[in-house]
Design a protein. Structure first.
Length: 317
């Protein structure tokens, strides 16, 4: 039965590609070749380059290419096809033209807009195991796109970060943390070591982790400078402590060993904040390292409404 379904998948690929070739639909043919039913082979560089070149033309051409891609992703019942479509989306986010990236579907918060959280492919044991990768990878791609909408497409210039308000800096850092936390939950690839499709995904995600850590480092270092110059309000310091605590947990779950400087910087900042005292006209308050509840955060925002509007950095005053 497994061999029969694999044969049917191969026949579907050939039939679809043959139809696209007859109709001279170059974009469709490229997509079908890049997202075949083979459960072990990732899209080739040539196929990916051809697909990404669709974004070099008009907005209409890029829109048609993305519609084809998302349509295939939403309708397939094959875990191999779904993973390859997600790899293509991933490459569009990382390397596609601005016009093409702008055509990708988007939902605020990066929550299940690809609608693959319940994906199941019961064709055979390999496809069943790949299904868990589809669900996780779809979530990662969603979070990556959401973060890119907030942060901008990486890498970020340090000058841009210096010009952010404190609130914007906190929001960007939290978006990047969401990506890191998701990477920490990557499925165990031990049983799929020889699967090149899974290996390709793992490599792409590891690259995301390294790049995201670099972006977080730039922002945490900016927080360090602003804290030293007294540019953070009381409520913002509490939010920063919450962010640093989340970041500390990421170190425990990430297998990425780079960026020791970041972890050292996080530890340094937490020590400084623990010793820090914030003074106000009506008295002295001590900043705690405990996470604020939603109600606490709301109250702090009201109390420190003047501080929240501070200019991003005293270096420009």
């Amino acid at each position: 039965m497994t061999k029969l379904k694999e044969l049917i998948g191969i026949m579907k690929d050939k039939a679809s590609q043959g139809k696209a070739a007859i109709l001279s639909k170059r974009a469709t043919l490229s997509l079908l070749r890049a997202t075949s039913h083979d459960s072990f082979a990732p899209p080739t560089r040539d196929h990916l380059s051809t697909l990404l070149s669709s974004g070099d033309g008009s907005r209409a051409t890029a829109s048609d290419a993305v519609d084809l891609l998302t349509g295939r992703l939403q309708t397939t019942q094959s875990s191999a096809v779904a993973l390859k479509c997600l790899i293509v989306v991933h490459h569009v986010i990382k390397r596609g033209s601005f016009i093409m990236r702008d055509q990708l579907p988007y939902s605020g918060g990066g929550r299940n807009y690809l609608n693959l959280s319940k994906f199941r492919d019961k064709s055979n044991p390999v496809c069943w195991e790949l299904s868990s990768w589809v669900r996780w990878y779809a979530k990662h791609v969603e979070q990556l796109l959401w973060a890119s909408r907030i942060v901008g497409f990486l890498p970020t210039e340090k000058e841009r970060v210096s010009g952010l308000t404190n609130g914007e800096l906190l929001r960007e850092t939290e978006a990047l943390l969401t990506v890191l936390e998701g990477i920490g939950n990557i499925p165990d690839a031990a049983s799929m070591e020889e699967n090149k499709l899974v290996s390709e995904i793992a490599t792409l995600v590891e690259e995301d982790g390294v790049a995201t850590l670099s972006e977080v480092f730039v922002r945490v270092n900016e927080f360090r400078e602003r804290l030293a110059m007294g540019c953070l309000g009381f409520g913002e310091v509490v939010e920063l402590v919450y962010v640093l605590n989340r970041l500390g947990k990421c170190k425990e779950i990430l297998v990425i060993t780079e960026k020791q400087k970041l972890w050292d910087l996080v530890r340094e900042l937490k020590v400084k904040i623990e010793k820090m005292e914030v003074y106000r006209e009506e008295g002295k308050r001590t900043v705690t390292t405990q996470r604020a509840t939603k109600s606490d955060r709301f109250a702090l925002t009201l109390v420190n409404s003047v501080d929240l509007g501070r200019f991003p950095s005293a270096r420009f005053l």
